[in-house]
Design a protein around this ligand. Sequence first.
Ligand SMILES: Cc1cc2nc3c(=O)[nH]c(=O)nc-3n(C[C@H](O)[C@H](O)[C@H](O)COP(=O)(O)OP(=O)(O)OC[C@H]3O[C@@H](n4cnc5c(N)ncnc54)[C@H](O)[C@@H]3O)c2cc1C
Length: 373
Amino acid sequence: MTPSPPTPSPRLSPPSVSLKMDVVVIGAGQAGLSAAYHLQQLGLVPYQGYVVLDGAAAPGGAWQFRWPSLTLSTVNRIHDLPGLSFAQTAGEHAAQVQASVAVPQYFEAYERTFHLPVVRPVRVRLVTGHGHRLKIETDRGDLSARGLINATGTWETPFIPALPGADRFRGRQLHTRDYRDAQAFAGQHVMIVGGGISALQLLDEISKVTSTTWVTRRPPEFREGQFTEEAGRAAVALVEERVRHGLPPRSVVSVTGLALTPAVEAMQARGVLTRLPMFSEITEDGVRWADGSEQHADVILWCTGFRSSLDHLAPLGLQGSEGGIQMTGRLATQVARDPRVHLVGYGPSASTIGANRAGRSAAAELMTSLGLP
Ligand SMILES: Cc1cc2nc3c(=O)[nH]c(=O)nc-3n(C[C@H](O)[C@H](O)[C@H](O)COP(=O)(O)OP(=O)(O)OC[C@H]3O[C@@H](n4cnc5c(N)ncnc54)[C@H](O)[C@@H]3O)c2cc1C
C-alpha cells in the first residue's frame, strides 16, 4: 500500500488566531515559555493579543532531541519555569530519567496548566519590518505583530569549523546533535573535537567502548570544587558585557571552565583525558597536524557547539559592525537597533535559569515600550 502523504497543518486563521497580534513569541523552549507566562500575567490575551509559534511537532524545545544517555543526573540543572516546579512532573526515579523524556513532559504540563497559546508545528521563515509593525512569515501563513520575543535557541544551528580536506574524509563526520549511543562506534577509532561539557560527556561514554583521540583548540581548564553562584554570575556578566558591546556572544561554559567532577577524575585515571591541540587538515582517513604528524580516524565527532538560530531575523538587519547584535535593556534582551525585538535564551540567558529571567524581563520591557496593556 502506498503511504498517504502527511496532512498539511491548517493555515493560521481567525478567529482561533488573530493575524494582527500585539506580541509574537517564536520558540516554545524554556525561554519562550517563560516569556509567554509573563506576557499572560501582564494581561495579554492568548491567541488574540499574543501567540507562541513553535517549529517542533511536540512540546519540549530542544530537550526532546537530546541523546538518550543525557539523564537528569548528567545535565547541569534544569531550573523551574515560573509557577510550576519541575519536581512535580519529573516522577520518582528522577535522576535516572532521560532529559529528553522528563523535560518535554514538564513543558507539556506547563503549557496545559497555564493555557499558553502555543501553536505548532509552525516554522517562522522570515521576519520583516512593515511600517510600525513586524511581518512574521511562516509555513502556515503570515501574521503581524507590534513586538517580537525571539526564543529560537541554538539546537538547529550546529557549528563545525571549516577545515581543509573535510570533503576528502572517507569516514563519518557527526556533530553532538547527531549523537545517540556510544555502542554505535564499537571497533572504530573516534576523534572527539571540542573542549566543552558535551565533548567531555561523549568522550567519557565513547572511550568506554572504543579507542578515542581528544582534540581541543585551547588547553582545557579544569576547576576544582563546587561551582558557586558568584562564579556563575561572573561568567554570565562577561557574556552580557560582550553583547552589550555588540560582540558575538560566547557560550557561558567557555568562560566558566570545566568542573573536575568524579566522572572527570575517573576519566583521568583511565588515561583518556590526554588532549591534543587542534589539527590543521583532514585527510582521506584521518587528520594531520601542522607539524606533519597524522592520526587515523574512522569517525570525527564535532562537539564544537552551536550558534544562535537567528537566520529568520536577517531582513531586520540587526547585526552591527562588531559582528554581533548589540543588546540593551535591563537584562540585555532588547535589540538596540530595533527595540521592538527581544532575544531571550541568547548570549547571557542561554541556560535554563537565564532563560527564565530573560523571559520575565523581556515581557515586562516590551509591554511597557509598546504601551500595553
Ligand atoms: C547538550 C546541551 C545540554 C544542556 N544542558 C543544560 C543544563 O543542564 N542546564 C541548563 O541550564 N542549560 C543547559 N543547556 C542550555 C539550555 O538547554 C538552553 O539554554 C535552555 O534550555 C533555553 O532554551 P531555549 O528556550 O533558548 O531554546 P530551545 O529549547 O532550543 O527551544 C527553541 C524552540 O524554538 C523553536 N524554533 C527554532 N527556530 C524556529 C523557527 N524559525 N520557527 C519556529 N520555531 C522555531 C524550536 O523548535 C524549539 O522548540 C544545554 C544545552 C545543550 C545543547
